[in-house]
Design a binder for this molecule. Structure first.
Ligand code: AMP
Length: 356
């Protein structure tokens, strides 16, 4: 099916007028990104349902110390990373809370990326603050301080149009808040959730209740082991599936990630090899945002093969994230760079190649 650029424009305008970014539009697979829609050349015949992704999580001001540098007053928080990563692939509806010290420039930036901020409450008080310090291997991290501030009384309240969003990413926050968001949604098609060791240790029953409503759970290797008391990650992944999520993605940091699907469906990928890592903060959130955004922006019904690709896009985005402090690399990232690294990833993953 071929749609002219004019038809595409009409479709996009209709979607926006309904205050819903859902709609059929033409894309050229992942060379598409919604900010380039106006410029899209419809010569390539793809018709894909572009759906928004709702992202809820923390929005923070971080201080990060690595063995070589320390920076403060950085934009951070699980939702900040996840939303920006997802926005490369699909429209984003952001839900969170900030204080009155939060820079207006960040709202302007989100809007410039078609991240809908109607769900971000700005209340009086200070924004959530977190400070972390990395050891020499940049793998182990110690939390130096955490000030919940306005996050303490945060009750996510979804604006009416947000409630019909098809894809949901419950980025890392307390499972009770993640559940509170889900409770306000009208039958989302696909729910992705991220979590952390803190909630496994302190809010296990809330987390268990949430898991039964999740389609894809993303967590890291130590969290999967802690959650299941299994040493084998394969056993851990399968055991977590029995707790509710149909799909489980286990991140292994610089060693890649594992994906578990229905039946014996399984996928494993490496991580993109990087020479210089400046700040690993937010890599996990970016991975989750990249996965959820890719799924929302690209597929109507999620199949295991889509999840495999989503995992590579998540890994690609995360590899860019760690190249600079805070969200600086993601702010300057182009779709061309993402596509190029995705193609390199593809080549690197093949072990049978034609003779040179
Ligand atoms: P990650 O490196 O993926 O674990 O995510 C780091 C981000 O998570 C930082 O920007 C922090 O602001 C944020 N963060 C740290 N602790 C928490 C917490 N308990 N709940 C929500 N977000 C947090």
């Amino acid at each position: 099916m071929l749609i002219t650029p004019a038809a595409l424009q009409i479709c996009w305008r209709k979607c926006n007028r309904r205050n819903s970014l859902h709609g059929y539009i033409v894309t050229s697979d992942l060379r598409f990104n919604h900010s380039t829609i106006q410029r899209f050349n419809a010569a390539e015949p793809f018709v894909i349902l572009i759906m928004s992704v709702l992202v809820v999580g923390s929005i923070a001001i971080d201080t990060v110390k690595t063995p070589v540098e320390e920076h403060s007053e950085l934009l951070g928080g699980s939702a900040s990373y996840a939303a920006l990563a997802a926005s490369f692939f699909s429209p984003v509806r952001l839900v969170g809370v900030v204080g009155n010290d939060f820079p207006k420039s960040e709202f302007d930036f989100w809007r410039s990326r078609k991240i809908d901020t109607e769900g971000v409450q700005q209340v009086s008080g200070k924004t959530f603050r977190w400070s972390g310090e990395y050891s020499w291997d940049l793998n182990t991290r110690r939390t130096r301080s955490i000030d919940l501030n306005v996050f303490k009384d945060f009750e996510p309240e979804l604006p009416e149009p947000f409630r019909q969003t098809d894809f949901v990413l419950l980025a890392n926050i307390a499972p009770s808040l993640q559940t509170h968001v889900l409770d306000q949604m009208e039958r989302p098609r696909f729910v992705v959730a991220d979590t952390m060791d803190l909630w496994i240790e302190t809010a296990r029953s809330d987390l268990d209740a949430l898991l039964r409503r999740v389609d894809l759970l993303i967590l890291n290797d130590s969290e999967a082991r802690e959650m299941t008391k299994e040493t084998s990650l394969i056993k851990a992944g399968r055991r977590i599936q029995k707790m509710g999520p149909v799909h489980v993605a286990i991140k292994k940091g610089e060693h890649g990630a594992l994906l578990f699907g229905e039946g014996d469906r399984f996928f494993s990928c490496g991580a993109y090899p990087l020479e210089d890592i400046h700040d690993p903060t937010g890599a996990g959130d970016t991975f989750a945002g990249g996965m959820a955004g890719y799924l929302a922006g690209t597929v109507k019904k999620v199949h295991f093969n889509d999840l495999r690709k989503a995992m590579i896009y998540g890994s690609v985005l995360a590899s860019f994230c760690v190249e600079a402090f805070s969200l600086e690399r993601l702010r300057n990232l182009s779709m061309e760079e993402i596509t190029k690294r995705y193609e390199t990833f593809k080549l690197m993953s093949q072990f049978e190649v034609p003779p040179e």
